[in-house]
Design a protein around this ligand. Structure first.
Ligand SMILES: [Zn+2]
Ligand SMILES: [Zn+2]
Ligand SMILES: [Zn+2]
Length: 154
């Protein structure tokens, strides 16, 4: 079994690194040796929308990347744990993922095209004051999603 096929067989990051070195020294095109984590990150970075593992898998296949669906799930788990990807359940309850790094922000999701805009939440301070005054509630944290229509769909 040659190195490239061996990498496809194992779907392992560690082996991928070794194979990249091996493929380079053997003069084999290294495109096949790109790690699944980089390929999946690339797809998520390129699209400002939530994608299911199946949708990511379909895009990998279209780009002729040989990555198993189980590797897509495992890689998404890694990226979630690293805090660079956010997860939400879509209308059908399926888990979907978006690249989400940087500081605290919220997602404004277009209900027509699925485009996601990052939204700041400076106004929450006023709402926290209201909660304190009217309900005696001390706001410690919050989670919000906004739904509507994006600029290009309006
Ligand atoms: Zn985000
Ligand atoms: Zn839209
Ligand atoms: Zn906020």
């Amino acid at each position: 079994m040659d190195c490239v096929r061996f990498a496809h067989f194992l779907h392992d990051d560690g082996v991928g690194g070794f194979c990249e070195w091996f493929a380079k020294s053997a003069g084999v095109a290294t495109e096949y040796s790109t790690r699944p984590r980089e390929q999946i990150s690339e797809i998520l970075l390129a699209e400002r929308r939530y994608l299911s593992a199946a949708a990511i898998f379909a895009r990998l296949r279209k780009a002729r990347r040989s990555v198993a669906l189980s590797t897509v799930y495992r890689t998404l788990g890694h990226l979630l744990a690293k805090g660079v990807v956010a997860e939400r359940a879509d209308a059908e309850g399926e888990a979907t993922y978006i690249w989400c790094s940087g500081g605290h922000h919220h997602h404004a999701i277009c209900q027509r095209c699925g485009n996601v805009e990052d939204a700041d939440c400076g106004a929450i301070e006023q709402f926290a004051d209201l909660l304190r005054a009217h309900n005696g509630f001390q706001l410690e944290d919050h989670a919000m999603e906004f739904f509507g229509t994006c600029k290009s769909c309006r």
